[in-house]
Design a protein around this ligand. Structure first.
Ligand code: TEU
Ligand code: CA
Length: 620
């Protein structure tokens, strides 16, 4: 695992993100890139220990703020209604000014787009709608020129059924690629012998059986996601070799790491047994070879580069997390747990009532479960979830939308772990007003409609209401760049691939960059604050008032020997109701360093009046 450089790097104790140290940090990180083997072997543990910050080995990916781009929806440079790589390149200064330093790019590879690029046809080619490899190289160079880094999506639990491997695999039972996927005989079907039943009871994440019958060889193949996303068989060493080789292809180009799609699902339970639907996902995520494969991947690929890795870890509990992210495990740097982002979710798209103490308890559990050898992520949105402010904030009035969006960003940027911001959240973009099935594009919604509505299990209106609330297309509507037609997303007179939210006339980047009180300008300040003190990265976290139903109050503190301690108090009023709050313990706020209500008064001793959705960060 790329961790501490074994060459002492004098600048490493400062945040590499500070402009003054940028150059030095670049030298440091390229030094690290050439020294991973030594730090892995533990030869220099003594030296490394002396460089620890509050017990943590410093690393650039721990100090980073990550921004996720869903390329289809970010910016369309050529007017075909689809976002593209040149569109990203044109907006890098916008991201640089926001202050983020790592970009996670959702899949940009050649794909028939059954699942918007999460079905890859050629891992070494750029999706033609997004541009060319030359466009990619130019984009990457432009990112590096701005001292930012790029991680790309690695989708290797499955490929597209149009991938050459699968095209070969389905041809015959003795094709050399047959074992690249899971092919099985069906179970006898007494009532219809010509049409056997699926080999087991596994259910696809996108509705229906996870098995698809193929007439050519009269067997089923496994697809945990769409029919066009057959699962790769990681038990086949050739599959693993091919995956490692394509990873090297992108790392050799200069990408800085990977976000790994549903990575815990790569090792299937032995014998592919029937599963209890109540814990099927957990069983699938904890297959017998998962850690062995990730360690092999680390040994063969990741350890040879200075990478950042983050696994999308559906089905992984907190207890299980250190097995994957523990530095001594040599697997991944961090994972996305789904506990917080799904706190308000029942089955599928149904809503679950949640309380603030529940959310705090989740973050508290993270702080306990993940120790100094581990690392965490903080996120409440991505391309699979509703818009941040619509999902967790308050959109009843525009004032509260702006304030609650700022409050949530304050939290994400001051909690423990590397923060992830999804495109448009920095503008306080909202859910889209979906009214009917045709308004949606997502395969998840289309398939669920068949399974739930067409079968008569669920009334149409209820399905549409739930999909509008939680559907993934909410986060995929185009970025709102300006008040020009189509929010300035596309130059075309024609339609963007998914309609722009009609509120683009007031919620858009151009207006927000110019307005001092906008969500964008606030997020810019919050990111700057995050980068201004390593307390927000390596500092201790303490929840001061776990049971308070309305206020989330916590501290981040960092004591470094020979330096003045850095201490911050975060106060978040998660409600539209004002509150007179008494800070517990003997903490005396000194200086207000961030506030989302203009003209917020200084604290009177231990007592603060917080207005609705008010967020404050004090140093003390
Ligand atoms: O998502 C996997 C995943 O966990 C999904 O079940 C997701 O949480 C769900 O669709 C939300 O409703 C990853 C990608 O992030 C997603 O975009 C892909 O569709 C999926 O894998 C298949 O690659
Ligand atoms: Ca385009």
């Amino acid at each position: 695992m790329p961790a501490t450089p074994d060459v002492p790097c004098p600048h490493h104790t400062l945040s590499f993100l500070k402009i003054a140290t940028l150059l030095a940090a670049l030298v440091c990180s390229s030094g690290a890139a050439q020294q991973p083997a030594a730090s892995q072997s533990g030869v220099n543990t003594a030296k490394a220990a002396s460089q620890l910050i509050n017990g943590y080995a410093p690393a650039w990916w721990k100090e980073a703020v990550v921004y996720q781009i869903y390329p289809r929806s970010f910016a369309d440079s050529n007017g075909d209604g689809i976002g593209d790589l040149n569109g990203i390149t044109q907006h890098l200064d916008y991201l640089k000014k926001l202050g983020v330093n790592v970009i996670w790019l959702s899949p940009h590879y050649d794909s028939p787009n059954a699942d918007n690029g999460y079905d890859i046809r050629d891992y070494r080619k750029v999706m033609k709608e997004f541009g060319t490899m030359a466009d990619f190289d130019r984009m990457l160079a432009a990112i590096k020129a701005r001292h930012m880094k790029l991680i790309v999506d690695l989708v290797v639990n499955h490929s597209s059924d149009e991938h050459r491997w699968f095209v070969e695999s389905r041809k015959s039972k003795d094709n050399p690629y047959r074992d690249y996927y899971f092919w099985r005989d069906g179970k006898p079907n007494a009532s219809d012998p010509e049409h056997p039943l699926p080999p087991n009871n596994w259910h696809s994440f996108f509705s229906g059986s996870a098995w698809q019958w193929d007439d050519i060889t009269k067997q089923f193949y496994l697809h945990l996601f769409a029919v066009k996303q057959p699962d790769l068989n990681w038990e086949n060493p050739k599959v693993r070799e091919d995956v490692y080789s394509l990873m090297k292809f992108w790392l050799d180009k200069g990408v800085d790491g990977f976000r790994m799609d549903v990575i815990p699902l790569i090792s299937k339970p032995v014998g592919l047994p029937d599963l209890d639907p109540r814990n099927a996902v957990e069983v699938l995520a904890n297959g017998p070879h998962r850690d062995e494969y990730l360690q092999e991947m680390n040994r063969e690929v990741l350890s040879k580069y200075d990478t950042m890795t983050v696994g999308e870890a559906i089905g992984i509990s907190l207890k299980e997390t250190p097995k994957i992210v523990g530095s001594g495990r040599h697997e991944l740097n961090m994972i996305f747990n789904f506990d917080a982002v799904r706190v308000n979710r029942g089955e599928f798209y149904s809503e679950r009532k949640w309380t603030l103490p529940e959310l705090k308890a989740i973050y508290d559990r993270h702080a306990t479960a993940l120790g100094k050898e581990d690392w965490d992520t903080v996120f409440l949105s991505n391309h699979d979830n509703p818009r941040l402010v619509s999902n967790f904030g308050d959109t009843t009035t525009d004032e509260f939308r702006v304030r609650s969006a700022k409050l949530i960003e304050t939290m994400l940027l001051t909690l423990r772990g590397t923060p992830y911001i999804y495109e448009g959240d920095e503008l306080g973009m909202t859910n889209y007003p979906f009214h009917k099935l045709d308004d949606f594009n997502d395969i998840e919604v289309k398939n669920a409609w068949k399974e739930r509505v067409e079968s008569g299990r669920m009334p149409e209106a209820e399905f549409i209401a739930e999909s509008a609330r939680f559907g993934r297309d909410n986060s995929r509507t185009p970025m709102q760049w300006s008040s020009a037609a189509n929010g300035g997303f596309t130059t075309a007179s024609g339609k963007p691939w998914l309609p722009v939210n009609p509120n683009y006339t007031s919620i858009n980047a151009k207006a927000e960059v110019q307005s001092a009180d906008s969500v964008y300008r606030y997020v810019q300040r919050a990111i700057a604050l995050h980068h201004s003190s390593l307390a927000f990265t390596y500092g201790d976290y303490k929840d001061l008032d776990p049971e308070h139903p309305q206020v989330y109050a916590y501290t981040r503190t960092l004591s470094t020997p020979g330096k003045t301690a850095e201490r911050f108090l975060v106060l978040l009023n998660w409600s539209e109701k004002p509150v007179d709050y008494t800070i517990p313990g003997d903490i005396k706020p000194v200086k207000l360093v961030l506030s989302n209500v203009p003209g917020a008064a200084a604290a009177q001793g231990q007592s603060v009046n917080l207005s609705g959705w008010e967020a404050r960060v004090y140093s003390y």
